[in-house]
Design a protein around this ligand. Structure first.
Ligand code: SAM
Length: 361
């Protein structure tokens, strides 16, 4: 089975000045009082895993090379975001970003932008062992590695590839390269790896990595997600609660800001372990009100939400010679039209045509 992306309505650019009347650069504000400062850039839609919650076994119809943004084009657009629109954090993601051989060059180019943004990477860790130190040297500040299981057989079942050893080597290399604290993203699937919740926590505590469980979202290419089947944040707390006591940390809640993960302090045998585990309840406890994100796809489309039903094309005008300020205008208009929430609970909710792997998680 292959999945074809349907054409999506484009958000029309509105003539909003990029320099406010006080002479300050424009910010990416929406109509609900939020300001986007966190840019997620998908650098490729391709992936070397086939996680069941993400895509079918045969993969997808990958974007042709000509549609993908080049390193120069990504740097130009990120430069507009950072230099003109107040973007402060740039996260490189995919698809699998390590599949791009020029990732180190991209990181180095972003690190040269002014003001220099924080640079983060979300990766499945395959191939990271050989590249973590070069990425850190190029300017990478933070890393999230996706790891759903510690059992080789379950990994093969869930990701449809037997590559657990490489992922674990990647985690070790990231720590070695000083990219700490390494964050680990885990999605639990009912009947596949949900029995591993506590095993993952024990491992993360031992390895001094920050574990964050993510609720499975309706972003799979197969459109097979079912709310009744997903492991909820409440399920995760219950599964962990069979072994440890989790307490909400009021100090952390006060400083959470736009961070998607709610942190819970872990107590073992009545003792505070000093470790906090994160749970990202994107479906059952959405944090859209604090969202500060905007996304750029590998083919140069802006999305103001993972679940947006429209996109703004930056690639076509850029290739046609648009100026930085014209590109910024399109960007400002895109974020201005951001919905208040993702609406998964709304009866009229429709899953976007682009799956997670083609948006950039
Ligand atoms: N390949 C990289 C990786 O594995 O981290 C980056 C892209 S991947 C789409 C980013 C994150 O999205 C991963 O942590 C993955 O587990 C998560 N993800 C993918 N599909 C998801 C879904 N339907 N619901 C929740 N998280 C999902």
């Amino acid at each position: 089975m292959t999945t074809t992306l349907l054409p999506m309505p484009r958000v029309r650019a509105r003539p909003i000045p990029i320099i406010a009347s006080n002479g300050q650069p424009q910010v990416l504000a929406d109509a609900h009082g939020r300001i986007a400062t966190d840019l997620r850039v998908s650098v490729t839609d391709r992936c070397n895993l086939r996680c069941t919650y993400c895509m079918p076994p045969e993969g997808l119809d990958w974007l042709p090379q000509s549609a993908l943004l080049s390193q120069e084009e990504i740097l130009r657009l990120v430069g507009v975001g950072v230099g003109l629109l107040g973007i402060k954090t740039v996260r490189l993601t995919g698809g699998e970003p390590l599949l791009r051989r020029d990732l180190e060059g991209l990181v180095a180019g972003i690190a040269r932008l002014s003001p220099r943004p924080t640079i983060a990477l979300t990766t499945n860790g395959i191939g990271l062992a050989a590249r973590a130190s070069d990425l850190a040297a190029a300017g990478l500040d933070r890393i999230n590695i996706s790891l759903d299981t510690l059992d080789p057989a379950t990994f093969k079942r869930l990701a449809r590839r037997a590559r657990l050893t490489e992922v674990l080597a990647g985690v070790a290399a990231a720590k070695q390269a000083g990219l700490e604290p390494v964050k680990i993203n885990a999605v639990l699937m009912r009947g596949i790896n949900d029995h591993e919740a506590y095993g993952l926590l024990r491992w993360a505590m031992r390895e001094h990595v920050q574990l964050r469980f993510i609720e499975q979202m309706p972003l799979d290419a197969q459109h097979a997600w079912q709310r009744s089947e997903m492991i909820t944040a409440e399920d995760i707390r219950r599964l962990l609660g069979e072994h440890v006591v989790l307490t909400e940390d009021p100090a952390e809640a006060a400083t959470r800001g736009s961070a998607p993960a709610e942190l819970f302090r872990v107590y073992l045998d009545g003792t505070d372990t000093g470790y906090s585990v994160g749970i990202i309840a994107a479906v059952t406890k959405p944090f859209c009100g604090a969202c500060d994100r905007v996304r750029l796809t590998a083919d140069g489309q802006l999305r103001n939400c993972l679940f947006a039903m429209s996109e703004s094309d930056l690639r076509t005008p850029m290739r046609a010679g648009a100026s930085d300020s014209e590109l910024a205008d399109i960007w400002v208009a895109n974020v201005a039209g951001k919905w208040p929430g993702h609406g998964i609970d709304d009866p009229s909710f429709l899953q976007p045509d682009r799956p997670m792997s083609a948006i950039g998680g």
